[in-house]
Structure formats: structure tokens, C-alpha cells
Write a protein that binds this ligand. Structure first.
Ligand code: HEM
Ligand SMILES: *[C@@H]1O[C@H](CO)[C@@H](O)[C@H](O)[C@H]1NC(C)=O
Ligand SMILES: *[C@@H]1O[C@H](CO)[C@@H](O)[C@H](O)[C@H]1NC(C)=O
Ligand SMILES: *[C@@H]1O[C@H](CO)[C@@H](O)[C@H](O)[C@H]1NC(C)=O
Ligand SMILES: *[C@@H]1O[C@H](CO)[C@@H](O)[C@H](O)[C@H]1NC(C)=O
Ligand SMILES: *[C@@H]1O[C@H](CO)[C@@H](O)[C@H](O)[C@H]1NC(C)=O
Ligand SMILES: *[C@@H]1O[C@H](CO)[C@@H](O)[C@H](O)[C@H]1NC(C)=O
Ligand SMILES: *[C@@H]1O[C@H](CO)[C@@H](O)[C@H](O)[C@H]1NC(C)=O
Ligand SMILES: *[C@@H]1O[C@H](CO)[C@@H](O)[C@H](O)[C@H]1NC(C)=O
Ligand SMILES: *[C@@H]1O[C@H](CO)[C@@H](O)[C@H](O)[C@H]1NC(C)=O
Ligand SMILES: *[C@@H]1O[C@H](CO)[C@@H](O)[C@H](O)[C@H]1NC(C)=O
Ligand SMILES: *[C@@H]1O[C@H](CO)[C@@H](O)[C@H](O)[C@H]1NC(C)=O
Length: 331
């Protein structure tokens, strides 16, 4: 009788829990603890291997998680190749085409995981884990990655073209795109700090170098010493694909130099410098704080990566666990 009452109460309690959390299943740092306990070290080992021959790979992988999460949530949709039901891939969208890279390393991670724990770890979770391992391997913070995302069945190329911010956009427009996915101004400034490593092609900032906004002059918020260097690297009518360090003071290290650069007008992208040079903006105090206190930046960056990783995940029985990150199962 006692145990019957007890189990009745347990049932009512469980029903209430389910009703109060409708399909809003939470991600969890222990999601694979029984099904793939070594998932983090497997991801990290593959990246460490790739890093031997490509110092940029950690930056490239970190960016993939961002470009995945901003379009239909963190669902691995960025990784799908065009073909079959995927008529317009996100890979081919403007912010990604001839720019996003690291897909081969994602495939190597997937292969390694399928060998150890077949059919278990989603490609969306691989991107979240790869971002954390990458930042940490480059000298940045570590954090507990929340897991349990499932992989989407569609790609959204037009969504990628509109939802991912462009480097020539105003701060107001970029803030609106972050707000649209639930990220605030602190998240915007902290996550922009990912531009402490990796490269940018001339075509993404050369509008600043000679005739900015048809003024006949360069962007006035660009340090004149740095301007001269960039004009050399990116001459008028030169190749738009020449690579430049996003953080020339420490190109492959994850530190707070990105913010120190902004204080001396040495942000590479217009969208970088705007964080500090937009008069009256709430972002200025946050840049100053991160430039003066690397611990504050690292703590905020880790929290904002978790916030970004929580954007509309597929959970439970939604979506699938892809076998090949490039293709929907059965296609
Ligand atoms: C705030 C708005 C942002 C804009 C407008 C922006 C724009 C860009 C652009 C234009 C590039 C250069 C791509 C190329 O030359 O091929 C780039 C590179 C990069 N972005 Fe962003 N980005 C933003 C935010 C972020 C965020 C939130 C992250 C990650 C948390 C991130 C991580 C990176 C990294 C690591 C690179 C270097 C990639 C590599 O070397 O392969 N960015 N970004
Ligand atoms: C997990 O990885 C560690 C080191 O990478 C290894 O020593 C251990 O045997 C692995 N455990 C399992 C269950 O694969
Ligand atoms: C992507 O870039 C290639 C050149 O590498 C170009 O041929 C193609 O049209 C581009 N795709 C889109 C959708 O713009
Ligand atoms: C594609 O992305 C856009 C922008 O985020 C969104 O408004 C739209 O609903 C998405 N479309 C589909 C089919 O998911
Ligand atoms: C900001 O967004 C508005 C509305 O989408 C657009 O008309 C405008 O051109 C954008 N401004 C910049 C600088 O991108
Ligand atoms: C952004 O949200 C975080 C909580 O995630 C909060 O601590 C921070 O103060 C917020 N920033 C702004 C500018 O509202
Ligand atoms: C800047 O661009 C505008 C518009 O294309 C043009 O009218 C002007 O002559 C250019 N100025 C210089 C100095 O090239
Ligand atoms: C760039 O090309 C345009 C058109 O071909 C030409 O008018 C201009 O003089 C060139 N500028 C430089 C600096 O070579
Ligand atoms: C430009 O950069 C130099 C260092 O290269 C720095 O000394 C100077 O203060 C900077 N100028 C401005 C206006 O920030
Ligand atoms: C910001 O304000 C200063 C001083 O009032 C002014 O010189 C500068 O042109 C303004 N900058 C921008 C980007 O509007
Ligand atoms: C730096 O930021 C950390 C984290 O917010 C804080 O605990 C610490 O007191 C700050 N240090 C200084 C010198 O302000
Ligand atoms: C492709 O789309 C068709 C029509 O919606 C559907 O029947 C089929 O199952 C899809 N294929 C895959 C592999 O999802």
C-alpha cells in the first residue's frame, strides 16, 4: 500500500515534470558519459593532429560552430553538402563560400567517433566540442560543453545569407542579428573576441582602405600605421583572397589582444572596430574591460559560447544522429 502510494506520487510527479517542460529538453555536459565516455579526448586528439600541419585550423573550427548555430539553431545544418534533397547548401551561402573551412577535419573527427561509439555522437555536438577544444588548445579558456543536440534534416541557404552578420554591417544591424538568436551585447563583444585568432581575406575589409563609404578617404577609425600595412597587403585591384591575421599581435594565440588592438584602432574588420569606435555605444565599456582584464574576457567568452550553443537545439527524437556529417542518413 505504502509503495503503491509512493509509485502513484512518483508517476504524478513525473507527469508534472514532463508537462512543465514541453519538448524543451535540456542539453547536459554528461550526455555521452555512458554511451561515449571519451568523446572529448577523441575530438581533441584529432584536432591536435590537424594542428601539426595547420596552425589556423583551431580558428576555422571555432567559426564553424558560430555559423552553424546562427542558422536554424545548432543542428549541424552547415555541414550538409549540396545534392539530393539539399538543393541549396549553407556551405555555399555568401558568408561561407570560399571562406568557411575545416570540414575535412570535422569528417576525421566523425570517423574517429564512429570507430569508438558508432551512431552516438551528433555532428552538431562535434562542432560544439571542436570549438571548445580549439579555443583551449590555442591558450584560451576551457568550459564544460553542453551536449545532446541532434542533427537537422535540412539546410537553409537564404537563412545563412541573412542571419549571419556581414563585416560591413553597422553595429546596430549586427546587434539585431545577435538579439534575434537571444544573444545580448555582452555576448556580441565577448564572442567577437574569437577574432583573436585566424585569418581574414582582403575582400572582407578592403572597402575600408581607399575610398570608405565614397568619402574618397580610408576609414577614419583605422590606425594610419596599420592602414599602410593593410594597403600593401591588399592593393586596389589586387587579389581579394589574400589572407591577413585577424590579430596581428598574436595570430594563433587565444588571448585578449584583440581588444587591446581595438583601443589603438587596429581592428581588422569594420565590424570589429565598430565595437569600440561607435560613439556612445554600450559596447565600449565592455571592450575596455576585456582589454584590461583577460580573466574577465575568458569567463565571459566561455559563458557566451554556452549561450550560443544553446540556440534552438534539436533534442529527444527530433532530427537524427548523422553517420556522415555531409549527408542526411539514407541519402
Ligand atoms: C560579430 C559578427 C561577426 C562578423 C561580421 C564576422 C565576420 C568574419 C569574417 C568576414 C571573417 C573572415 C573570413 C574569411 O576571410 O574567409 C571571420 C573570421 C573568423 N571568425 Fe568571425 N565574424 C563575426 C563573429 C564571430 C564569432 C561570434 C565567432 C566565434 C565565436 C567568430 C569566429 C571567427 C574566426 C575564428 C575566424 C577566423 C577563421 C579562419 O581563420 O578560418 N566570428 N569572421
Ligand atoms: C579514453 O582515452 C584515454 C586516453 O586518451 C585512454 O587511456 C582510455 O583507454 C580511453 N578509454 C576508453 C573507454 O576508450
Ligand atoms: C561559390 O563559389 C564558387 C567559386 O569557387 C562559384 O562558382 C559559385 O557560384 C559560388 N556559389 C554561390 C552560391 O555563390
Ligand atoms: C531560414 O532561416 C531564416 C533566418 O534565420 C528563418 O527566418 C527561416 O524560417 C528559415 N527557414 C527554414 C525553412 O527553416
Ligand atoms: C541595416 O539593416 C537595414 C534593414 O535590413 C538595411 O536596410 C541596411 O542597409 C543595413 N545597414 C547596413 C550598414 O548594413
Ligand atoms: C547579457 O546576459 C548576461 C547573462 O547571460 C548578463 O550577465 C549580462 O549582464 C547581459 N549583458 C547586457 C549588456 O545586458
Ligand atoms: C570614391 O567613390 C565614389 C563613388 O564610387 C567616386 O565618385 C569617387 O570619385 C571616389 N573617390 C576617389 C578618391 O576615388
Ligand atoms: C583599378 O581598376 C580600375 C578599372 O579597371 C582602374 O580604373 C583603376 O585605375 C585601377 N586602380 C589601380 C590603383 O590600379
Ligand atoms: C596606432 O598604432 C600605434 C602602434 O602601432 C600606436 O602607437 C598609436 O597610438 C595608434 N594610433 C591610434 C590613433 O590609435
Ligand atoms: C565620434 O565623435 C567624435 C568626437 O565628437 C568625432 O570626431 C568622430 O567623428 C565620431 N565618430 C564617428 C564614427 O561618428
Ligand atoms: C578581472 O575580472 C575577474 C572576473 O570578472 C574579476 O574577478 C577580477 O576582480 C578582475 N580583476 C581586476 C584587476 O579588476
Ligand atoms: C527527400 O525528400 C522526399 C520528399 O519529401 C522524401 O520522401 C525523402 O524521404 C527525402 N529523402 C531523405 C533521404 O530524407
Amino acid at each position: 500500500m505504502l509503495s503503491l502510494t509512493h509509485s502513484l506520487f512518483t508517476t504524478i510527479f513525473l507527469v508534472l515534470v514532463i508537462l512543465l517542460h514541453p519538448s524543451n529538453a535540456q542539453l547536459s555536459s554528461t550526455f555521452y558519459s555512458s554511451t561515449c565516455p571519451n568523446v572529448s579526448s577523441i575530438v581533441r586528439n584529432v584536432i591536435q593532429q590537424a594542428l601539426q600541419s595547420d596552425s589556423r585550423i583551431v580558428a576555422s573550427l571555432t567559426r564553424l560552430h558560430f555559423h552553424d548555430c546562427f542558422v536554424n539553431g545548432c543542428d549541424g545544418s552547415l555541414l550538409l553538402d549540396q545534392g539530393g534533397n539539399i538543393t541549396l547548401s549553407e556551405k555555399n551561402a555568401n558568408p561561407n563560400n570560399n571562406s568557411a573551412r575545416g570540414f575535412d577535419v570535422v569528417d576525421n573527427i566523425k570517423t574517429s567517433l564512429e570507430n569508438s561509439c558508432p551512431g552516438v555522437v551528433s555532428c552538431a555536438d562535434i562542432l560544439a566540442l571542436a570549438a571548445e577544444a580549439s579555443v583551449s588548445l590555442a591558450g584560451g579558456p576551457s568550459w564544460n560543453v553542453l551536449l545532446g543536440r541532434r542533427d537537422g534534416l535540412i539546410a537553409n541557404q537564404s537563412g545563412a545569407n541573412t542571419a549571419i552578420p556581414a563585416p560591413t554591417e553597422s553595429l546596430a544591424n549586427i546587434s539585431a542579428k545577435f538579439a534575434a538568436v537571444g544573444l545580448n551585447t555582452t555576448d556580441l563583444v565577448a564572442l567577437s573576441g574569437a577574432h583573436t585568432f585566424g585569418r581574414g581575406q582582403c575582400r572582407f575589409f578592403n572597402q575600408r582602405l581607399f575610398n570608405f563609404s565614397n568619402t574618397g578617404s580610408p576609414d577614419p577609425t583605422l590606425n594610419t600605421t596599420y592602414l599602410a600595412t593593410l594597403q600593401q597587403s591588399c592593393p586596389q585591384n589586387g587579389s581579394g583572397t589574400t589572407l591577413n591575421n585577424l590579430d596581428p599581435s598574436s595570430p594563433d594565440t587565444f588571448d585578449n589582444n584583440y581588444f587591446k588592438n581595438l583601443l589603438i584602432n587596429q581592428g581588422l574588420l569594420q565590424s570589429d572596430q565598430e565595437l569600440f569606435s561607435t560613439n556612445g555605444s554600450a559596447t565600449i565599456a565592455i571592450v575596455n574591460n576585456f582589454a584590461n582584464n583577460q580573466t574577465a574576457f575568458f569567463e565571459a567568452f566561455a559563458q557566451s559560447m554556452i549561450n550560443m550553443g544553446n540556440i534552438s537545439p534539436l533534442t529527444g527524437s527530433q532530427g537524427e544522429i548523422r553517420t556522415d556529417c555531409k549527408k542526411v542518413n539514407g541519402s
